[in-house]
Design a protein around this ligand. Structure first.
Ligand SMILES: Cc1cc2nc3c(=O)[nH]c(=O)nc-3n(C[C@H](O)[C@H](O)[C@H](O)COP(=O)(O)OP(=O)(O)OC[C@H]3O[C@@H](n4cnc5c(N)ncnc54)[C@H](O)[C@@H]3O)c2cc1C
Length: 318
């Protein structure tokens, strides 16, 4: 039995694909938990993409709260005698996963890059030392709690003919001591770098915020329109919102084309772009680390290179 939970639909579909593989090896089922999302259409979509059962559960709280959600998931794990539990690796998922593991006195591995059975044991891989090594880890007990980042696995093709069960479940939830006093939304520009196919990313090589228009013009010429950035541009200088921030502590992206402009290529940035298709780097330092990860490199001053490159691409695209 493989149990899956995320509040993110795409990530849930991706985890169902991996869950299906694990479940098939053990003649087991894939069960998706939908908490506070009473949406039968979505539940059926999960089934047509590979789930066997979808459990609809109400938590009784207004917004995601780790304590209550942990109670629900712990009850569900015991109810279905779950093996691997795959949880979407976003802020909510990571909090839930670690609490769930503590509650069930079992192991938890965060941000796995692969999951498989080896010698009958649940085995996972994850990056360590800032992406310089891969750690292969095995669970010695059940269930194994695993968080899965987005875009790691491709969803299975939709099969309208697949059948499964959508079941309403109810579990005891003990009242917790914490209260959500208020919710303040992070400033967001509505950019989704994780879904982008072409990203033009800016780093500290840009001298002023106003100069970012050079990257925007290139993105427009490429019909990409999505601007990414390194951490200092978002976290320190606040030139762009966190939606744009790419890397180890930012978003992990998987575009087919990634431009790294004025970005040095520190390992923490590379950790977020290593699954990109083609990486093009523009940097005035011929020894910049980014060139080690790039498929194409242009050594030059971005202020000279970008206008010419944008013009050339515009002509080509017309
Ligand atoms: C725990 C931790 C987590 C982190 N997470 C992230 C993360 O998620 N994402 C992230 O990006 N960073 C992250 N960092 C920071 C990371 O280590 C680097 O400091 C950061 O990526 C550097 O950003 P940068 O390349 O834009 O700037 P810099 O390192 O300052 O590089 C600027 C580059 O621009 C080039 N340049 C300068 N002028 C020009 C010009 N006119 N034309 C062309 N090139 C020019 C320079 O040669 C240089 O290579 C993290 C760090 C830590 C410790």
């Amino acid at each position: 039995m493989v149990l899956i939970y995320s509040n993110n639909k795409k990530l849930t579909l991706e985890m169902i694909a991996k869950g299906r593989e694990l479940a098939d090896e053990q003649d087991g089922e894939v069960i998706v938990a939908m908490i506070d999302e009473k949406d039968e259409n979505l539940a059926n979509e999960y089934i047509s993409h590979g789930a066997d059962k979808v459990f609809l559960v109400e938590s009784g709280v207004e917004n995601f709260k780790a304590e209550e959600y942990t109670d629900i998931m712990a009850n569900m794990v015991n109810d279905v005698e779950s093996g691997p539990v795959l949880i979407g690796s976003n802020k909510y998922g990571k909090e839930l996963a670690s609490r769930l593991a503590a509650k069930l006195s079992t192991g938890c591995v965060i941000d796995c890059t692969d999951i498989y059975m080896e010698d009958g044991e649940l085995t996972v891989e994850r990056m360590v030392y800032n992406g310089n090594a891969i750690s292969v880890e095995r669970f010695s007990g059940r269930p194994g709690i695993i968080t899965v980042p987005s875009k790691l696995f491709d969803p299975l093709k939709k099969d309208e003919g697949r059948s499964g069960e959508v079941i309403e479940k109810s579990y005891d939830v003990s009242s917790s001591y914490s209260n959500i006093a208020g919710i303040e939304e992070m400033p967001s520009e509505g950019v989704d770098v994780e879904a982008a196919n072409i990203i033009v990313s800016c780093g500290r090589g840009f001298k002023n915020r106003e100069d970012l228009h050079l990257a925007e013009e290139l993105a427009d010429a490429l019909k990409g329109k999505v601007i990414g950035c390194s951490r200092p541009i978002s976290a320190d200088l606040k030139w762009l919102s966190e939606d744009h921030w790419i890397g180890l502590s930012g978003h992990k992206v998987k575009p087919s084309l990634y431009f790294a402009i004025g970005i040095s290529g520190q390992i923490q940035h590379i950790a977020g772009i290593r699954d990109s298709g083609i990486i093009v780097a523009i940097n005035k330092d011929p020894n910049a680390l980014i060139f080690d990860s790039a498929d194409y490199g242009i050594v030059g001053d971005l202020y000279e290179v970008l206008p010419k490159l944008t013009d050339a691409i515009k002509k080509e695209m017309d």
